[in-house]
Design a protein around this ligand. Structure first.
Ligand code: ARG
Ligand code: ZN
Length: 856
C-alpha cells in the first residue's frame, strides 16, 4: 500500500500534551501514556498507530473502554466514537529485548535506547505517528538503579528519586512542542563526560556525552566539534541553542549515522568516538560532520519540522547544506568541496540513473525509510546551494531566517521554504520547484565553434527519463565559467548576454548560445567551478586541454576534475588495449604536478588518486566489471611505475614523523601505488607501518595498500591487527571490512569464514555493514560474479528477517542489473527474482520491486 503526497490531509486530532510513564522491567517494559487530545473535524474516528505491542488497558477521561468500543489490528487501534476534547490513557507492554529491528525501544549493549524517526514511536506507545502532530512531553522513566543508573529523555530533568526494591525514577520535561519522531529515551549503565558552552546571549548549556565505560577518553574531538558547531551557527545564521542541556549518547548498535532527537541526540558510536590510535583522519572529519549535522537540526528540523515525510529534504537537504558550510569554513584546505562532489557522484548520480530514481520531494512511497537517500540528502543540499549562488549568500541566510521565524514551532513544507526565499530576494524560484519534483541528473552538452576570432558556445540541457517520469522539463542550471588562452592565461570576459556574472552562465531553457571574442587563439573553456550544479557536463575535451586546465585553473575542484577526466580517458584507452597517447599525457601531467606540487598537500593527494571503480564503470555503455577492474589495475601500475620517485619520497613521510592530515593523506596514496608494484621494499614498508605505527590513519593506509596484494606481508599485518583490536568493536569492524574486500577465489567459503567468526554478529549493523557492505560495494573482483549475487541475496534475506532497514540499504549493489553486461546483468536479475519469490519486509520488498519493474 503506497502513500501518496497528493493525498495529504491535515491531522484529524491534535495532541497538545503527552505524559509517558515508562516502567522498565527485566522481561518487558510497560508504557503508560496520557494524551490530551482535541478533535479537528467532526465525525471522525480516532486512529492510533500501534505496532509490536500488547494493549493492556485503554480509557477515555478515566473511563475504561469496553472491548466493543475499539478495534485493535496489527498496526493500529481505532476508536469510533470520541468526544471533542478528551484525555486518552493507554497501557501497553513492549519487548525491547526482542527488538532486532532497532526502531522503537531496543537494547544496545548496557542500555535501552530509542530510534523513532520515521515511525519508531508507534512501536513504543499508541500514537498518531506523523510529524505534523506536535506535543509537549513529560516523561517519567523507572528502572532498576544498579542496571540502569542513567535515565534520560528530552529536555530538562525535573525530578528524580529512589523507589523500593532497588529501583529509581527520573522525570524529564521538554518545553518545546515536538513531533513524536524526535522523542528519545535512554536507560543504561553509561559514563558521562561533561562540558559547558555559553551561548552568545549568555545561556550556559551543560553538555553531556554518554558512552560505554572505558571510552571516556575518546570523546574530546566530538565535544570540541559540537562547540565549534554551536558557535558557527550563531556566527553564520544567528541561531542559538535553546535548552539548558545538550546530550549525546553513543550506541554500539544503530541503523544509521545519528539522530537529532530534541536535546538528546542518539549516535552510532562510530560517529562519536575518536582517538589518534583508533580513528583515521577521515573518521575525525566524519565525527565533526555528523555532530554538526545533528546539532544544526535543532533549528532546521526540530524548531521547524516537516509537515509530512514527502518534505523530508526540507530538513535534510538544508541541514546537509549547513553541515557542508560549517565543514568548509573550519578547514584550511580546498578539498572539502571535492569530497562532497565525490560523494554525490558516487552515490547520488547512480541512484538518479537507476530503477530507484526519485525526486528530491518524492510523490509516493511504500516504506519511508527507503527515502533517506543521497537524493533527498545530498541532491537536496545541491539544490539549495544553487539557490544560494543565485540569491547571494547574505540573502540566502536572510531567507533561512525568515523561514525559521515564520514557521517556528510548526510543521512546514518545501514550498514554504521557497516562498520565504522568494520574499527576501529578487528572484522567482519557480525553476527550482522543478528541481524538487523531477528525478534524474540533467546533462549539459556543450558544443563550441571557433571562427574568425570568435568563440561560440552552444549549451543544451536534457534530463533523461526516469521510472514514472518519461518527459522532463528544463531546469535553471548555474554553470561556473572561464576561458583560458592556450598558454594558460585566463581571458577577461566582457559582459555578455547569458552571463549572470563574468564567471557564471545560467541556462534556463533547453538550449542557449553565447559568443565571445575576438581572441587571437582558440580558447579553452572551463565549466562548473566549485561544482556549481549537480549535472553531468558533456564536452569533448582533448587530453591536452585537460592537462592545461590542471595547471591553469585556480579552483581546486576543477583541477581535480580535470585530472579525473584525464584518468577516465586513460582508463578507457586501457579497456580497449595498450597504453597509448592518452596514458602518455596523463603520466606527463602527473609528473609535472609532482615536480611542481600545489602547497595544499591534501589537494595533491586528491589529484594523484584514481577515480573509484564506480565512477569508471558509470562511463561504460554497459558495465563489464572485469574489464573495469583490469584496466583500473593496469592504470595503477602505469602511474606507480612512472612516478615511483616522488611516491617513494611521499610514502616515507608516514615514517619520518611528518605530521599533519594533509601529509598523511599523500603518504597513504603514494604507499598504495608502491605496494601495488609488489616490490618487497614497498611491502615491507607497509607491513612495518601497519604493525608499528601509533597513528591509525597510517596503520589503515598501510593495511589498505597491502590488502590487494595477496602478499605474506598482508597476511602478517592483518593477523596482528586482528589480535590487537580484539576488544575494540570499531577497529574490529575495520578488520572485517578489510577481509571482506580481499575475498577472492572460493567466495562462498571465504565469506562463510567471516560469518562464522566468533566476533561476527547479525545483530550489530556496523558489523554487518563491515562484511556485507564492503563485500558488495568494494570488492568488485569477487562480488561481480553471478554465483556471488545469489549468495548475497541469501544473506540479505537472512538479514531481512531481523533488520529490514539495514537489509534494504544493503540491497543497492544488486538493483541496477540493467546497466550491466552479461553474464552480470542476468545474474543480478536472477538474484532479485529469487528474492521476490520470498516473503520480504516492506523495506526490502519495495527495493526489489522497483528494481525489477523500473526502467534503466
Ligand atoms: N534524521 C537522521 C539524520 O539525518 C537520520 C534518520 C534516519 N532514519 C531512518 N529511518 N532512516 O540525521
Ligand atoms: Zn539529518
Amino acid at each position: 500500500p503506497a502513500v501518496l503526497r497528493e493525498a495529504y490531509q491535515a491531522p484529524a486530532f491534535l495532541i497538545s500534551q503527552v505524559a509517558l510513564d515508562v516502567e522498565i522491567r527485566d522481561e518487558h517494559t510497560v508504557v503508560r501514556a496520557d494524551l490530551n487530545i482535541e478533535r479537528q473535524r467532526p465525525d471522525i474516528p480516532l486512529l492510533l498507530d500501534a505496532r509490536h505491542m500488547r494493549l493492556q488497558a485503554i480509557a477515555i477521561d478515566d473511563r475504561r473502554l469496553r472491548a466493543a468500543e475499539y478495534e485493535v489490528s496489527s498496526d493500529r487501534i481505532e476508536i469510533a466514537d470520541v468526544p471533542q476534547r478528551f484525555r486518552l490513557a493507554t497501557t501497553v507492554v513492549i519487548d525491547p529485548e526482542g527488538n532486532r529491528a532497532l526502531e522503537g525501544l531496543y537494547r544496545s549493549g548496557p542500555m535501552l535506547c530509542t530510534q523513532c524517526e520515521a515511525h519508531g514511536f508507534s512501536r513504543i506507545t499508541p500514537f498518531p505517528d506523523r510529524p505534523d502532530v506536535l506535543s509537549r512531553y513529560r516523561v517519567r522513566i523507572e528502572a532498576h538503579r544498579a542496571t540502569y543508573p542513567v535515565l534520560l529523555s528530552n529536555g530538562n530533568p525535573v525530578e528524580s528519586g529512589d523507589l523500593p526494591e532497588g529501583r529509581h525514577f527520573a522525570v524529564w520535561e521538554d518545553p518545546y512542542a515536538k513531533p513524536c519522531y524526535l522523542f528519545a529515551l535512554v536507560a543504561g549503565d553509561l559514563s558521562c563526560v561533561e562540558d559547558e558552552f555559553v551561548t552568545r546571549s549568555g545561556r550556559p548549556v551543560r553538555i553531556g556525552f554518554y558512552v560505554d565505560h572505558g571510552n571516556e577518553s575518546r570523546v574530546d574531538h566530538a565535544i570540541a566539534s559540537l562547540k565549534r558547531a554551536m558557535r558557527w551557527d550563531e556566527d553564520h545564521y544567528g541561531l542559538e541553542y535553546d535548552l539548558d542541556r545538550y546530550m549525546v549518547v553513543a550506541a554500539r548498535d544503530f541503523n544509521m549515522g545519528a539522530m537529532e532527537n530534541k536535546g538528546l541526540n542518539l549516535f552510532n558510536a562510530a560517529y562519536v568516538l575518536a582517538s589518534p590510535d583508533t580513528a583515521t583522519d577521515d573518521d575525525y572529519e566524519a565525527v565533526e560532520a555528523v555532530i554538526g549535522h545533528e546539532y544544526f537540526h535543532n533549528w532546521t528540523g526540530n524548531r521547524v519540522t516537516c509537515r509530512d515525510w514527502f518534505q523530508l529534504s526540507l530538513k535534510e537537504g538544508l541541514t546537509v547544506l549547513r553541515e557542508q558550510q560549517f565543514r568548509t569554513a573550519s578547514r584550511a584546505s580546498g578539498v572539502a568541496r571535492i569530497e562532497q562532489v565525490q560523494t554525490l557522484r558516487a552515490q547520488q548520480f547512480p541512484e538518479d540513473a537507476g530503477p530507484t530514481a526519485h525526486s528530491v520531494r518524492p510523490d509516493r512511497y511504500v516504506e519511508i525509510n527507503n527515502f533517506y537517500t543521497p537524493t533527498v540528502y545530498e541532491k537536496g543540499a545541491e539544490i539549495l546551494r544553487m539557490i544560494e549562488a543565485l540569491q547571494g549568500p547574505g540573502t540566502f541566510v536572510e531567507g533561512v531566517r525568515r523561514y525559521l521565524h515564520e514557521f517556528d514551532g510548526q510543521a512546514a513544507t518545501i514550498e514554504d521554504f521557497l516562498a520565504a526565499q522568494e520574499s527576501v530576494g529578487q528572484r522567482n524560484l519557480d525553476g527550482f520547484r522543478t528541481w524538487y519534483s523531477q528525478a534524474g541528473t540533467p546533462v549539459v552538452r556543450v558544443e563550441d565553434e571557433w571562427r574568425d576570432g570568435h568563440y561560440r558556445l552552444r549549451l543544451y540541457q536534457q534530463t533523461p527519463p526516469t521510472p514514472g517520469q518519461p518527459v522532463k522539463r528544463p531546469v535553471p542550471i548555474p554553470i561556473g565559467f572561464a576561458l583560458y588562452d592556450p598558454n594558460g592565461a585566463e581571458l577577461e570576459l566582457p559582459p555578455t548576454q547569458g552571463l549572470v556574472r563574468e564567471d557564471l552562465i545560467l541556462i534556463e531553457d533547453e538550449a542557449m548560445e553565447l559568443s565571445f571574442g575576438p581572441f587571437e587563439r582558440r580558447p579553452v573553456p572551463a565549466f562548473l567551478h566549485g561544482f556549481s550544479a549537480p549535472v553531468r557536463l558533456d564536452y569533448a575535451y582533448t587530453p591536452q586541454q585537460l592537462a592545461l586546465l590542471v595547471t591553469a585553473e585556480a579552483d581546486p575542484f576543477l583541477r581535480w576534475e580535470s585530472v579525473q577526466e584525464l584518468m577516465i580517458l586513460a582508463h578507457a584507452e586501457l579497456v580497449d588495449g595498450e597504453p597509448g597517447a592518452i596514458v602518455g599525457v596523463l603520466l606527463e601531467t602527473l609528473q609535472r604536478l609532482a615536480a611542481n606540487p600545489p602547497e595544499d598537500r591534501a589537494l595533491l593527494a586528491w589529484l594523484m588518486s584514481l577515480p573509484a571503480l564506480t565512477m569508471l564503470a558509470e562511463r561504460q555503455a554497459r558495465i563489464d566489471p572485469e574489464a573495469v577492474v583490469a584496466a583500473h589495475q593496469r592504470l595503477k601500475l602505469e602511474i606507480g611505475a612512472a612516478l615511483c620517485g616522488p611516491f617513494s619520497v611521499w610514502a616515507e613521510w608516514g615514517s619520518t614523523g611528518e605530521r599533519g592530515v594533509d601529509r598523511r593523506a599523500l603518504s597513504n596514496v603514494a604507499l598504495d601505488y608502491l605496494a601495488a608494484q609488489g616490490t618487497s621494499a614497498a611491502l615491507e614498508l607497509a607491513r612495518k607501518r601497519a604493525m608499528n605505527s601509533h597513528n591509525f590513519t597510517l596503520v589503515l593506509g598501510a593495511l589498505n595498500a597491502l590488502n590487494g596484494t595477496g602478499s605474506s606481508q598482508r597476511a602478517l599485518a592483518l593477523a596482528a591487527c586482528r589480535e590487537s583490536w580484539r576488544d575494540d568493536p570499531l577497529r574490529l569492524d575495520r578488520w572485517f571490512s578489510l577481509e571482506a574486500r580481499a575475498i577472492d577465489g572460493d567466495v562462498a567459503a571465504s565469506l562463510q569464514i567471516l560469518l562464522d567468526d566468533s566476533a561476527f554478529t547479525w545483530a550489530n549493523p556496523n558489523r554487518v555493514r563491515a562484511v556485507l557492505g564492503a563485500f558488495g560495494t568494494q570488492n568488485w573482483r569477487a562480488f561481480h560474479r553471478p554465483e556471488s549475487y545469489a549468495l548475497y541475496a541469501r544473506l540479505l534475506l537472512r538479514l531481512d528477517g531481523t533488520n529490514p532497514q539495514v537489509a534494504s540499504r544493503l540491497s543497492k549493489p544488486l538493483l541496477r542489473w540493467r546497466r550491466y553486461a552479461e553474464p552480470w546483468g542476468g545474474g543480478m536479475h536472477d538474484a532479485l527474482m529469487t528474492l521476490s519469490a520470498e516473503r520480504l519486509s516492506p523495506d526490502l520488498g519495495e527495493m526489489v520491486t522497483r528494481a525489477l519493474d523500473g526502467g534503466h
